[in-house]
Design a protein around this ligand. Structure first.
Ligand code: SF4
Length: 405
């Protein structure tokens, strides 16, 4: 159990983070944000404490056996992650489930776009269940399909509809955007293969339209040697017809057009936090996720995906001090798993991904007990046509991996 707490929280409901009182499990109805979570969970689950929930999930898990595979994203809380048959990043987990056709149910403890990816990659007889249907992703939500299509039309008007511009979507996006990329000669990338994917994209077209995370796009472009002046931000909040706030000249000279989206967790990290960490621990190494801002990535010693960060900490010599710029549940777990090292989160405020946090153990108990009783609740289904096009974009990425690009 993670016991990190924030001393002396200021309890103003509107400003409160779910974890202002710590990231241990409390009854569902004691959660400050429960009002905006999935509400049709039966009342019987509302008041259950951590211990009882864990016991009940364990019993349902045992009853279901191999019929179910439980997946846990790295950012899930300990009371969830302990049930995961596999933990990892979203793409790795979706692939893991697809490789286990004996499991007819895939319970994906993560957020909406991850469960969608599992549904796209798994076999037709496998059913994907998302414990809390309100567990979305604020970054993915910043790229609404209608806004992306409207932006694409403006870009086509400017550049023509040939192969000049290639859409690339980050894994952290809706299935409909992956389908959009499949339809338009584009591709999906993850935080571990973004360089390889963009290199491929530049063999297909003159420029890339990258969404939804501006920071991953910018950091990747910079790592590839694309000057910052050749990356232009597209402000999706502006009404259509404004070229996303850019000028035709900005866009003409751009090699990467960046959707103005971000991860609310990773955008919290700052160079001031890195300076403070280095003052406190002069020998500290700093490792951050590429969803962090450009200047944070530049100030760090290393940058990489969640898998990279976990590997970085595991491989560091005993006695190392490592400041990490990623979600608190992963950082706390790494600290616990490597007691011979000092591992800490750069952000002093204990604020987990608020949407990942919505997968409260009460929801897991509900969906697992329902499955054990022969009822499927919270099944997530991607429409067939969307699946087909999204699979094209995912397959392009997988082909690059197979080719060792
Ligand atoms: S950590 Fe960021 S990108 Fe990941 S699910 Fe949460 S908001 Fe979305």
């Amino acid at each position: 159990m993670v016991t990190t707490t924030t001393p002396g929280p200021v309890l103003i409901p509107q400003l409160q983070c779910e974890s202002d009182v710590g990231i241990d499990t409390i009854p569902l109805t004691s959660e400050v944000s429960f009002g905006s979570w999935q509400r049709d969970i039966p009342d019987a689950y509302h008041q259950l404490g951590s211990e009882e929930l864990v016991t009940r999930v364990r019993a349902a898990r045992a009853a279901l056996g191999d019929r179910v595979v439980v997946l846990g994203h790295h950012y899930q809380r300990e009371d969830i992650i302990q049930f995961a048959d596999e933990r990892g990043d979203s793409f790795m987990l979706a692939q893991y489930a697809a490789e286990r056709p004996e499991s007819e149910f895939i319970v994906f403890c993560g957020v909406h776009f991850m469960a969608e990816a599992a549904d796209i990659l798994s076999a037709p007889h496998q059913q994907v269940v998302l414990p809390n249907m309100e567990a979305g992703c604020s970054m993915a939500d910043m790229a609404a399909p209608g806004d992306v299509r409207a932006a694409w039309r403006e870009l086509e008007d400017l550049f023509g509809s040939g192969d000049d511009i290639i859409p690339v979507t980050y894994m952290n996006s809706a299935a409909s955007l992956k389908a959009f990329c499949g339809e338009h000669g584009g591709v999906v990338c993850t935080s571990s293969n973004a360089v390889e994917v963009l290199e491929w994209a530049f063999t297909q077209g003159k420029r890339v339209f990258f969404f939804p995370d501006q920071h991953l796009g910018r950091n990747t472009g910079h790592a590839m040697g694309v000057p910052l002046e050749e990356m232009t931000l597209w402000n999706w909040r502006l009404p259509a017809g404004n070229l996303g706030g850019a000028t035709p000249e900005d866009l003409e000279r751009s090699r990467i057009i960046l959707w103005q989206g971000h991860c609310s967790v990773h955008q919290r990290f700052s160079t001031t936090q890195i300076d403070t960490a280095r003052e406190q621990y002069p020998d500290a190494k700093i490792v951050v996720h590429p969803e962090c801002r450009y200047e944070v990535v530049e100030a760090a010693d290393a940058v990489g995906s969640t898998a990279y960060i976990a590997h970085y900490v595991a491989e560091a010599p005993a006695g190392s001090v490592i400041g990490v710029g990623t979600e608190i549940n992963l950082v706390s777990r790494l600290a616990k798993e490597h007691p011979d090292k000092t591992v800490f989160c750069l952000d002093p405020v204990v604020c987990p991904c608020s949407t990942m946090y919505r997968v409260h153990p009460a929801y897991l108990a509900w969906v697992m007990e329902s499955l054990a009783e022969g009822r499927v609740v919270n099944r997530l289904v991607v429409p067939e046509e969307e699946q087909a096009n999204a699979r094209i974009a995912l397959e392009r990425m997988l082909a690059l991996r197979r080719a060792g690009a």
